[in-house]
Structure formats: C-alpha cells, structure tokens
Design a protein around this ligand. Sequence first.
Ligand code: FAD
Ligand code: 2HG
Ligand code: ZN
Length: 495
Amino acid sequence: MSRFIRHCTGWRRLYSSVGASDIDHFKSILPPAAILSTVSPSALPSAELDPYNNDWMGKYHGSATTVLRPKTTQQVSDIVRWCASRNIAIVPQGGNTGLVGGSVPLHDELIVSLANMNTVRSFDPVSGILVADAGCILQSLTDYVAPHNHIMPIDLGAKGSCHIGGNVATNAGGLRLLRYGSLHGSVLGLEVVLPDGTILDQLTTLRKDNTGYDLKQLFIGAEGTLGIITAVSVLTPPSPQASNNVILALPHFDNVLPLYKTVKRQLSEILSAFEFIDRTAYDLAVKHGQGRALSDEDVDGAACFVLVETSGGRREHDEEKLTDLLTSLLEADSPLINTGVLSQNPAQFSSLWALREGVTEAVSKEGKAYKYDISIPLASFKDVVDATREHLRSKGLLGDHAVKHVLGYGHVGDGNLHLNIIAAAYTQEIQDALEPFVYELVASYRGSISAEHGIGAMKTHALHYSKNDVSIEWMKKIKALFDPLGIMNPGKVLE
Ligand code: FAD
Ligand code: 2HG
Ligand code: ZN
C-alpha cells in the first residue's frame, strides 16, 4: 500500500506504508517486545499506539501503524537502512512532550521511539562530561550526576518525561539557559543515524575541537529532520553550593524591565534565573495545585510576578546579597515591587519554583491551549498579550464558550514570552483569528516565532515570518543533502 504526501521541497512523492513483510524484516532486527504494530501478523489493537500517535497537548494526532523501540545504535541503523530502501517515512520520538506537533506522525509514518536507549555510557567526575544514550530521561540524568556534585545544564517542566535526545533535537531552552547558555554550547558531541542508515560518530568529549565544520550543530534543533540522535555527550556544570529563590509581586508590568536591570546589577554572578508569570498564569497555577499559594496579602494588587533564583558558592554570602536586594527594593522611594516571598527551606524553594514551572500543566488542565513561543523585546511582553486578547475580543471570541484566558509567562532573561490562549476546544475559528495575527505581530517586532519549542508541524507555513528566503532556501538544500528521499520526519520544520 502506498500513498502520496507533500515533500519538504514541494514535490509530491511516494512513501510506503509499513506492511507485513516490513514487520517480518523488523523481527530480524528487534526482539518481538520492541515491535508494536497493528499490522498483521503482530496486530495489536490500535489503542495500544495512542500514547505514541497523540501529542502531549492532545492537539496533534498521527495514525502510525507501527512503533519500533530499538535498544542499540546498530538496531536504529538497520531500521533506517531498511526504511530508506523501502521509502518508509520515519518519525523519531523521544518523551513525546514537544509542544509543536513534531513528535507525532502527520499520516502513518513509522515511529522510532528512543525510549529503550536509556543507558549512561560514561561520566567523568573531573571534567563533568556525561555521555548518555539519547533515550535517557532528563530527570534520571540529573539524578545520575547529583551524587558527583554535578547538575544538568538544562532544566524544564517536562524533565520527568522528556529525553536528552529530544532536548537536543529541539534545542530546548528551559529554566537554566540564563546561567548555562544553550545546548549549542553544552553539547560536546553526538552520535547520529543518518537518513540512509549510516552511523555518524561525532561523540567526542573534547571541550575544544576546531577541526573543520562542526557538523553536530546541524542536528541540534533539527527536530529529527536530518537524522536520529542516538547518543549525546554533554558538559555538566558543578552543582552550586547554595541555591535560593524569591517570588516578587509587582504592581505593574512596566516595572519588570527596571527590576531586571536592578537585580542583575545587585546579584551579578549569583543570578541564575529570572522568570516571569502574569497574574492570570499565577492564578491558574494556584487553581490547579502547582505549588503553594502566596498569602492574600502578598498577592493583593499584584499585576504579575517574577521568580528570581540565585546559585552560588557560599550560602551566607548569597543570602546576604539577596536580603540586601530585597531591602533596597522595598525601601526605595518608588518601589518596583509590592512584596517578596523568600524561600526558607528546600520544600519552599520547590514550591516557589512549582508556581512557575507548573503553569504549562495548569494550562492543560484548564482547557485546550494555543501556544506561541516567541522572542520579542522584553518591553513588549505585555503589549503582545493585551493585543492578542483585544483582537480575540473584537472577533467576539472571548468568553467561556470560546477563549477563556489569554496569558503570558516565560524567560525574561532570554527575551522569551510564552503566549498561551486557553479555549474550551480547538476550533478553526479561533485558529483563524490567531494566525497570521500573532505571527504578523511578532514580525512587526522583528522577533522569532519560535524561541525554544521549535517549528514542528505547527509553524512550517510561518517560517518566513522569522527567516528570509535565502535562509530557507539553504535550509532546504541542507535537508536535501542529508535526506534526499525526504523520509526523516517529513512535513516538520520545512513544508
Ligand atoms: P519529543 O517531544 O519526543 O520530540 C520533539 C522533537 O524532537 C520531534 O520533532 C522529534 O521527532 C524529535 N526527536 C526526539 N527525539 C529525537 C532523537 N533522539 N533524534 C532525533 N530527533 C528526535 N521546551 C523548552 O524548550 N523549554 C521549556 O521550558 C519547556 N518546558 C516544558 C514543560 C512542559 C510541561 C512540557 C509538556 C513541555 C515543555 N517543553 C519545553 C517542550 C518539550 O518538553 C521540549 O521540546 C523537549 O525538549 C522535548 O523532548 P522530548 O524527548 O519529549 O521530545
Ligand atoms: C515553559 O517555559 C515551557 O514553561 C512551556 O517552555 C511553555 O507551555 C508553554 O507555553
Ligand atoms: Zn519555556
């Protein structure tokens, strides 16, 4: 059985569906338990594949008939080689926590899940360099390096499910980017199975290596369109000796920018996060049990909140700096903040973080979310949220029957706003009201339509709002060079 599907370069070309003879071949590569298929003779009920065919938000739905769960790089290579010979399209899948529809098929592509590739290959406690299979869950790697007094350079709300391979494939940002920079800097090496099955071994553990083109960078953020990442070498920083956090309640959004400047100046080297949630995001986090609510007195009159984290080498020194900061903020002639709630113990530290980290979870409990993950000038965060809300109001779409909330939160230090629109259901009418409106708004600030979540299936048509024609043309040339058959995650990143 075969069908046509749109190829990334605009040609229409043929992909094959997985058939019984393919399953027979996969049985020569993998043990039976690693093959989940609704194709006879394996014939599982299709509901068994639901967790792989549906994304985290319940927004994107594929109809793969087969999921393969290899354990070794060689098995991944054998699978891909076979798919290339048969023209079977592949979707690499990690923890399936992506928010742009990149991790599920558009049609019936084969899903290659990395979940069984979950072994740490090596860790050097002196250099802090960790080499791990791509399917290792981020939280389990954090737990692995913790006794060696190291942390992962990346942290995000999905850490209990997302894979390090998925993090690299999406170039995930998250909560520690302000301190440790992007994965383009922390990833030292990769092992990748290319779309013809070749294993590209660039799994070096070198801090410095200027031997020509740095090929691994191409796979960081390629969202599985250039190959399947099977292992990652990553530099893990030493654990800070002391971490503190505080939530600051602000009377106006306009105070966020001057506050950021003040906090940077006063905390300097110990500032490790500066995260923003607006009042709606805070209220939803509390409503859905993410962290402990602040007292009524603390939230009274607050238009938004900022979570500040410090990480440093000496507790007394850091606490003194933070206390001095709070005192100077509260005693200023025109205070930028109403109040500050400082964590006093590890449980309170986690609870304050949960108010910020848990917003995505809270949003998903509240309704169906349209998510725009944008880079814009910090001063415009509120304008963009307000303009979107007003636009929806003008279309008569605001209200419990359609759009329930429009909210903003995100990584101030990275200039990254998460604009979320929560609706009772996903509808074409809301979608049409939001797009291209939001993308045009972002383009008017010369911003990015994807700060950290990627393009996936969601934004292929909108790439031109942030990338010019020459850039897109060269992206297509690179795709065609690595994947001339177009079998690797088709319809993602590029149309
Ligand atoms: P998946 O969702 O499985 O896949 C994502 C993309 O990567 C797909 O295109 C897939 O094909 C590709 N892929 C996955 N594994 C591989 C591989 N081994 N080789 C090649 N391609 C692969 N993102 C942020 O950037 N910052 C955040 O703070 C953040 N917070 C989040 C909080 C929550 C609660 C949730 C649900 C998501 C959040 N995300 C965040 C989005 C998501 O968690 C990240 O994009 C994450 O990196 C995806 O990892 P994953 O293993 O789940 O990948
Ligand atoms: C975050 O920063 C994540 O919490 C998710 O990137 C953002 O859900 C979102 O829009
Ligand atoms: Zn984020």
